[in-house]
Design a protein around this ligand. Structure first.
Ligand code: NAD
Ligand code: IPM
Ligand code: MN
Length: 360
């Protein structure tokens, strides 16, 4: 029987609250599918700063190295914002983790569950027939990591740099994804202004020649931001660099009703990956038991599929989420009058129960 080791890095804010629910759902998967997960928790982010004086302790990295996948919550918050920027949880833990493990391909699927069409800020007719878009975001290059980066008194700078090889490999991920979907890739750039984006457009066009069955469109990022709310169904796979992908994925997430619905997978070559909600530590609602755990639970589902090849178990979790939504249960971020308002814990319990219920 399968036995996988998972590094559990819950982090800060709502991280631990929603992680508890994801682990509950994974326990239901073990029982239903006869697999075993060995989960080991480690400190990361602000929690690690408090306990070890660094956002990414060596033991945490070692644990990740010994594991088959990382299940990540979220990091950061007001408590650590007084620290030098490079020591804060985001730049001190999350970015180094992505770089260390070569997690260059970030998949962020924005799926509007038919039950939640009303929760979207868009007019319902724009989402009729549902919406299923995936943002494929380059995660280990671009302006996040380019050098030089620094500050000299009143002058500060970051560098947007991309190498052909970095563009090529993320483009391939996008075209491969499109093949198993609706065969359309929209590549996002700013080639009218940025030289690095001229290369981006050039390389994506070259890669497209290997995928004659996939339709490629180039779109400037400002237009894309507008088109996402004007006519979201024109998109299938959105391919973008690190920063544009960051911004557009939050926008795509909101089309689904809440950032609390958006999972993500950050993949390396091979089967290793880090799985985390696309949203953050949500300090405004942390500790209240009201956060939506679905993004974390679906991130765990993506782990089952992409790192462990457990496609059926992944599907079972998506089905369980849909079933609980069908019954009218909602956390505050996706609720409207008439829905049954529940908290983080009850949402997790109900989803886990659905996963177990279909046993056999
Ligand atoms: P955020 O994503 O934490 O919150 C934005 C809004 O979305 C808030 O109103 C929040 O309540 C809501 N929200 C997010 N997740 C939700 C959920 N599961 N259920 C219900 N509502 C949810 O973004 P922010 O406020 O810009 O950032 C807060 C902190 O999180 C910052 O320190 C930021 O750097 C960090 N952050 C971390 C990650 C990560 O660890 N991957 C990602 C984004 C932001
Ligand atoms: C995300 C977050 C991170 C990013 C931050 C917290 C470093 O916004 O995962 O989308 O910008 O990549
Ligand atoms: Mn982001």
């Amino acid at each position: 029987a399968m036995n996988k080791r998972i590094a559990v890095l819950a982090g800060d804010g709502i991280g631990p609250e929603v992680m508890e629910q994801a682990l509950r759902v994974l326990a239901a998967v073990e029982q239903r599918f006869g697999v075993t997960f060995k989960t080991d928790a480690a400190d990361v982010g602000g929690a690690a700063l408090d306990n070890h004086g660094t956002a990414l302790p060596r033991e945490t990295v070692d644990l990740c190295r010994e594991s088959d996948a990382i299940l990540f919550g979220s990091v950061g918050g007001p408590k650590w914002e007084h620290l030098p920027p490079e020591e804060q949880p985001e730049r001190g833990a999350l970015l180094p983790l992505r770089k260390t493990f070569g997690l260059f391909a970030n998949l962020r699927p924005a799926i509007v569950f038919p039950q939640l069409v009303h929760a979207s800020p868009l007019r319902e007719d724009l989402l009729e027939g549902g919406l299923d878009v995936v943002v494929v975001r380059e995660l280990t290059g671009g302006i996040y990591f380019g050098t030089p980066k620094g500050r000299e008194g009143d002058k500060a700078f970051d560098t947007l740099v991309y190498h052909r090889s970095e563009i090529e490999r993320i483009a391939r991920v996008a075209f491969e994804a499109a093949r198993s979907r609706n065969k359309r890739v929209t590549s996002i750039d700013k080639a009218n202004v940025l030289t690095s984006m001229v290369l981006w457009r050039e390389v994506v066009t070259e890669v497209a020649r290997d995928y004659p069955d996939v339709e490629l469109t180039h779109m400037y990022v400002d237009n894309a931001a507008m088109q996402l709310v004007r006519e979201p169904r024109q998109f299938d796979v959105i391919l973008a660099g690190n920063m544009f992908g960051d911004i557009l994925s939050d926008e795509a997430a909101m089309l689904t009703g809440s950032l609390g619905m958006l999972p993500s997978a950050s993949l390396a070559e091979g089967s290793f990956g880090l799985y985390e909600p696309s949203g953050g530590s949500a300090p405004d609602i942390a500790g209240k038991g009201v956060a939506n755990p679905i993004a974390q639970i679906l991130s765990a589902a993506m782990m089952l599929k992409y790192s462990f090849g457990l496609d059926q178990a992944c599907q079972a979790i998506f089905d369980a989420v849909a079933a609980v939504l069908d019954e009218g249960y909602r956390t505050g971020d996706i609720a409207r009058p008439g829905d049954t308002l529940i908290g983080t814990d009850e949402m997790g319990r109900r989803i886990a129960e659905k996963v177990s219920a279909c046993a056999g």
